[in-house]
Design a protein around this ligand. Structure first.
Ligand code: AMP
Length: 282
């Protein structure tokens, strides 16, 4: 495995691989088994002749909360080991100063899917995501890129970016990897108090119960308020949103739907957790 810290190093490491399938997995580091599953899928997709590139970059531009950025876990040495074990060929690990010019003045804003769910409560977040992913796409020029369905809205917005800007890249959505107790793996889980860590699997439990109720014909309003009530019965927990939306447009649905997404964001103390479940009802 090779590591690049600058754009120039990345370009020269990639030069011999141009023309082959190049699969990119963007991450912000503090890698866990969820990231490892994306990297392993990238290796499978690239095969023996293709190239797997992982980026490990804590992108300051997508943080709407300075405290969240400051306390975000950083484990660069372990991240390199994880990449190596998963068969990554090239890791791109730039600093923020390497990535961004100090007088940068171009923004990338998606204007429809970004207005709801996490976009409604995290102003500028998805513009920061689109900007960094666009830069990574330009630097790496991958044929494929893999993103997790845990950040379902991010994946939907990036699909829109690729579609609307005619980027010649195939995006792949990877299933959510969970702890044995159902909690979706997240780099932020280590910041939960022991009490909140013990209570957090309630998110998954309430989503599964909601999925069952949806299949049995329960009203969307009842389903969402049941999830909210269950989570907010935990001391110190406050829901940011519980919404049933169209899985493609991400806008709210009020009637049974082809493919819907029940999405949750909840504050467990000062840690914001997200999760979702895809639902269908004919
Ligand atoms: P992050 O480092 O949080 O930006 O995540 C990098 C990529 O890993 C994103 O595409 C995430 O959706 C994905 N990811 C994070 N956690 C999980 C998980 N538990 N299961 C699957 N993918 C994940």
């Amino acid at each position: 495995m090779q590591t690049a810290h600058t754009k120039e190093e990345l370009r020269s490491l990639l030069a011999p691989h141009r023309g082959s399938r190049i699969v990119l997995v963007p991450t912000m580091g503090a890698l866990h088994a969820g990231h490892a599953s994306l990297l392993t899928q990238a290796r499978e997709l690239a095969g023996e002749t293709g190239t797997v590139v992982a980026s490990v970059f804590l992108n300051p531009v997508q943080f709407d909360n300075a405290g969240d950025l400051a306390t975000y876990p950083k484990t660069p040495m372990q991240d390199l080991e994880t990449c190596d074990k998963c068969g990554v060929d090239i890791v791109f690990m730039p600093s923020a100063d390497t990535m961004y010019c100090s007088d940068r003045s171009i923004t990338m804003e998606e204007t429809h899917l970004s207005t709801v769910l996490c976009g409604a409560s995290r102003p500028g977040h998805f513009a920061g995501v689109c900007l960094v992913v666009n830069k990574l796409f330009n630097l790496v020029q991958p044929t494929d890129a893999i993103f997790g369905k845990k950040d379902y809205q991010q994946l939907a917005i990036l699909r829109r970016m690729v579609r609307d800007l005619d980027m010649p890249i195939t995006l792949h959505g990877a299933e959510i990897v969970r702890e044995d107790d159902g909690l979706a793996l997240s780099s932020r889980n280590v910041r939960l108090t022991p009490e909140h860590r013990a209570a957090a699997p309630a998110i998954r439990r309430s989503l599964l119960a909601a999925g069952k109720a949806y299949g049995e014909g329960a009203s969307i309003a009842d389903i969402c308020s049941q999830v909210r009530a269950e989570l907010e019965s935990i001391p110190g927990v406050r829901c940011d949103y519980v919404e049933l939306v169209d899985a493609v447009t991400l806008h709210e649905v009020t009637a049974p739907h082809r493919l819907a997404l029940l999405a949750v964001a909840a504050w467990f103390g000062d840690v914001r957790l997200i999760d979702n479940i895809e639902l269908s009802r004919s």
